[in-house]
Design a protein around this ligand. Structure first.
Ligand code: NDP
Length: 257
């Protein structure tokens, strides 16, 4: 049976290439303009809404669109495809419906435009990845034992653990009601300023390898394009804000940058 356009490999490949192109533009832009949320929030970006709400709304397509694209795919019920579904949801159910209620956001707000652009991205990204692992990806039962799948899943889980631990350290820096910033310590904070971003990048690199797909690669590259400039900005901010900031700490990748 010919797949509908939403599960057509040629359509998904074109969209993934478009996302890679968008990643190049995003990377270049973010080197000059810091996304105005969190510690880098500032006026002049239009109306704002509570940050917690923005997280839930902008990440919801990562769960809902992904699930819709996956379950309407022709191979959604096969075990190897379902493992990919479970991995994705392991990350995104937490990110969308748990993480926003764990952060100590106080009354912080985020510009609507930031949430809207993210919502567009997560919709396209949820669709292309969900459609791919829901049936477009030609995975045989033996894919479980393929070194790409084994190494990719291991990298994904390692990145997930690093990301979750690093975010938890940050969350615990604040008592309820506090909104200020302290120097995080412990775990990979010994080596880098943004282990949460480092873990996130490892996760999606692992996803790209395990799914061996253009949509997976596009998302991994976009994550680097989005988070690497922000890690550099966070790093410069800590150095400016805290004269006693550990001098040996790198920004994103231990011992490298
Ligand atoms: P940040 O590290 O900037 O902040 C995470 C949370 O910790 C925020 O609530 C922040 O508060 C708080 N926090 C950060 N530093 C400190 C500190 N020194 N002292 C006290 N509290 C602190 O991460 P993001 O908000 O940018 O991202 C959150 C998660 O989402 C990360 O896991 C990231 O990897 C992921 N993400 C993934 C993206 C992708 O492209 N795949 C894109 C963006 C995020 P406040 O908000 O008040 O600064």
């Amino acid at each position: 049976m010919t797949p509908g356009w939403a599960h057509d490999p040629a359509v998904l490949a074109r969209v993934a290439l478009g996302v890679i192109g968008l990643g190049v533009v995003t990377f270049a832009l973010l080197l000059f303009v810091t996304a105005p949320y969190g510690r880098h929030a500032r006026g002049g970006w239009g109306p704002t809404i509570p940050s917690r709400l923005v997280w839930v709304v902008m990440e919801s397509p990562s769960v809902l669109v992904f699930a819709a694209a996956f379950f309407t795919g022709p191979a959604a019920s096969l075990p190897v495809h379902f493992v990919f579904f479970a991995l994705w949801m392991l990350h995104y159910v937490h990110r969308t419906y748990v993480f926003p209620f764990r952060i100590r956001a106080g009354g912080k707000r985020t510009p609507v435009v930031v949430g809207f652009l993210a919502l567009l991205f997560t919709s396209v990204n949820g669709w292309m990845n969900g459609a791919w692992v829901g049936g477009v990806g030609p995975y045989a039962q033996g894919w479980f034992a393929d070194p790409r799948c084994v190494a990719g899943v291991a990298l994904f889980l390692l990145g997930w653990g690093i990301n979750l631990h690093a975010d938890t350290v940050l969350i615990r820096l604040r008592a309820p009601g506090e909104t200020g910033y302290k120097i995080p310590v412990g775990g990979l904070y010994r080596y880098v300023t943004c282990p949460n971003y480092f873990g996130e990048i490892l996760e999606w690199a692992g996803w790209a390898i395990a799914t061996w797909s253009l949509p997976g690669l596009a998302f991994a590259l976009y994550t680097v394009a989005n988070l690497a400039p922000r890690a550099l900005t966070h790093h410069a901010w800590y150095r400016e804000e805290f004269p006693d900031y550990p001098p040996e700490r790198k920004a994103l990748v231990p011992f490298v940058v």
